[in-house]
Design a protein around this ligand. Sequence first.
Ligand code: GLA
Length: 704
Amino acid sequence: MLYGADYNPDQWPEDVWDEDVRLMQEAGVNIVSLGIFAWSRIQPAEDVWDFDWLDTVIGKLHAGGIGVNLATATASPPPWVSATYPETLPADESGASYWPGSRQHFAPSSPTYRRLAGELVRRLAERYAHHPAVIMWHVGNEFGCHLPMDFSDAARDAYRVWLRDKYATIDALNGAWGTSFWSQRYGSFDEIFPPRLAPYSHNPSSMLDFRRFTSDMLLECYLMERAILHEAGAAQPITTNFMGPFKPADYRRWAPFMDVIADDCYPDPSNPHRVRDAAFQRDLVRSLKPGVPWLLWEQATDAVNWRPSNPGKRPGALIAETAQSIARGADGIMFFQWRQSRAGSEKFHSAMLPHAGTETRVWNAVTELGARLAALPELPAPGRDARVALVFDWEAWWAVEERDHPTEIDYLALVLEWYGGFHARNIQVDIVGPEEVDAGYDLVVAPALYLLRDEGAAALARFVDGGGILLAGPFTDIVDEHDQFRSGGFVTQLAPVLGVRFEDFGALGGVSTGGAGVGALSPHAAQAARATGAAATVTFGLDGASLCGRLVAERVHAVDATVVASFETGLTAGSPALTRHPHGSGEGWYVATQPVAAGLDAVVATVIEASGVRPVVAGLPAGVEAARRGDLVTLINHGDVRVEIAIEGIDAETGAPVERVALESQGVAFVHAPAAASEPARKTEPFVAERSEASIATAGIPAR
Ligand code: GLA
């Protein structure tokens, strides 16, 4: 189990470094991410390099038995880079430059930025690739954080190249983007710009490609650095830190290039859904590399500095949150950062070693956690324990949140609602792309899978054919990979599986925010209107109960499906709200609204019953979370009161047999409890979905 933090000794005088190592040992730290923002210290001017301090720090850490995850330090170019090479600066939609003075002020597609960053990485790699202290490499930092899109001239030039690589001919691009609409037909790739500030909506197909391009440019930066590390002989694992469901970067496309997935997760103490949301994030990153443990690369020991109000964690929450990561596949627990900064934007951010010193609640919690982790036995690899998959797809996310749709959809919020239906029951879920759905699952839920690629549709159909239960909808299977309607209406790919014909969308309305056109509310007023949320709902009847849906009440016809629930109110009253349809050896279900609260719970309960999937541990008290990792069951009491839970197994920390465990509020138990023999193992070997693996010449990224 790795335990440690970001370590920024360049912010401190040398006489602090020995104390750092001593206290790291006291806390049980065995790894630090070193020098993530140290570029200006390593290369104070273009032709000046200073590695002496880094040699010293790495030497001290090594002598202290602390492993180094060495950063490539490329996330914050020094002032001389921006002053000498302004073309490295990114730009916003209007073309205005982002200026230096913070961090991440680089255009990912700038050849000059890449040349300078590459030179830094090369020197670091040549110097430290064979250093025994260096056990991992940390490339860049949180790629895309702060700057989700760059509209600079560097982006413009690279975008044209990227599009030429993708489409080869301008006619192909015109076809994919549907440029006959509004006189947008391009004569050559040189006429194309990033989607900069325009009078009205950009072409949605072009927006989708620009998002793909943006994710790829960030990935290219990572791949460039990784290639340099390899060239210099670095044999250590190489990774960068993900941010869970982070919209700008399609991590599923990145994952094959990470030797290990590393993730930063900062649950908001004020978010009533923080346990659910963090569980989703951890399940997502685990699912990116099935069977391989991931690393929690950053969490906070206590308060952060970047929310409007930053409360600390409640007593015990640090262990409870950490246990949630371990339960869901993590083999490393790290923090931002080791020693609290005394200057700069993050001086109020908590750290392992608080500015107030070691006689603090936080230091006690940190040392207690270090001791507990050190005592844990080796953990089983996170297997593919889940029998339920929730489809979550970046391209669908990008496309479904474009404007000019029947209704605005917050895709992540909607997916989290579905996830919550399973999380609340302690049913383990993998978070997968549609192409990754395979016969090992019993139940697959695909909400708002608005953009559905051919391969994804084929995998979902194969899954049902083979005996699985698919719950699709609402707003699923509407467009192809270019964000264009397919011929023959909507829900075309899944129609045979679902046995329905989709007629129209039935947006429910609510507070009008006026879109973005003439008469629109200001973004602030629109947000406020959404937050007060007088959005209309619809009711549907299921098993004698009248339940609620939101967003849409789609008009769907049951062709050969059975109607399980019908709308009771609204324009679609009397038409199907929930259908089921036998197909192959399985069943396709369709839900025509976004059920809320009891409605969502009832729909989830219905498909759980139909599929026979079971919780990790049944009948747990409210607030107790359970997750399985091979034969290890982790129980976490997020509630306020002490609970007792019947579970037979071996306490993983003490080795003692248990029949019951008692958990105080925030208490955690790790119990070896193999799945009951009555729970069959995965039915088949994982199916490997077919995907185009042709390469983009520049970076070896699989083509779309
Ligand atoms: C991110 C960054 C860190 C730091 C923390 C603060 O995770 O990677 O450098 O800024 O946020 O929470």
